[in-house]
Design a protein around this ligand. Sequence first.
Ligand code: XMP
Length: 319
Amino acid sequence: DWTMAGYRDEAIRKIREQVGDRKVICGLSGGVDSSVAAVLIHEAIGDQLTCVFVDHGLLRLNEAEEVVTMFRDNYNIPLIHADESDLFLGALEGVSDPEVKRKTIGRLFIDVFQRYASGIDGAEFLAQGTLYPDVIESVSFSGGPSVTIKSHHNVGGLPEKMGLKLVEPLRELFKDEVRALGRELGLPDKFIGRHPFPGPGLAIRCPGEITREKLDILRKADAVFIDQIRRHGLYDDIWQAFVAILPVRTVGVMGDGRTYDYACALRAVTSVDGMTADYYPFTHDFLGETATRIINEVKGINRCTYDITSKPPGTIEWE
Ligand code: XMP
């Protein structure tokens, strides 16, 4: 009889067998996948594991603090917090092409990760929270060649470059299975149930050029949207929800003054695995209330739209 407890025990056995008494480095993103991988590996080999959390300055409101608190303080997992926001945001200045953005972030991520990882003496393994859908990420159009829609951000190429062997304990699992495994490992439900968050973070929710000002506005608007979704008890019915800040300012009126601020788009979808998605059918009341809150509470936004594109033909993220 297959159970998640059995899977966990088997995964722990395999990690111990692969790693022995050697050291492992794990790139922690704050997402469910890498977190579950880290906790699983920590159960297997304890302090032979060190986590490196690269903070690229493209995380959501309070996210970095939450990750550090949870892993370092609650789980006692050795964690290096690499705060490199200046480096990433500096390199992204003036960049507006989506693929250039992704590649810039991916390249810097590898550099930074490597710099911190090489400070961990004698590490021989690199752990990743790669899931089955990541393994099959490229999309094949019928009759056509296999096409990669977006260059995904991961530490591809890094293991060979650093002479590290890979530990990928989630490679056979889908997202819902990773969540079940996380619950089995005692991670809090609220954390396990978190929506997926892409590696390039807010960069791909800020189409066009990224500025600190836009990121700041985006973080606040996103927090209000998620708060609305939680208050209405909808969070767990939705695969992913977020705000994108649009690269356009529009005219509005507030009080008796004219405003000229950014427009934003709300995005919320249902999905089974992220490969296809439908937009979430919020009520008009919910949408109206959310737009009012965002415009009242977030300085810098004066217009709010709801993205009703499904995937395909849209993608979930805006870039
Ligand atoms: P798209 O936008 O391609 O996204 O429909 C499908 C799912 O993948 C996530 N996503 C990423 N995840 N690195 C990641 O780890 C990436 O570069 C990346 N790009 C998209 C997206 O958030 C959605 O869940």
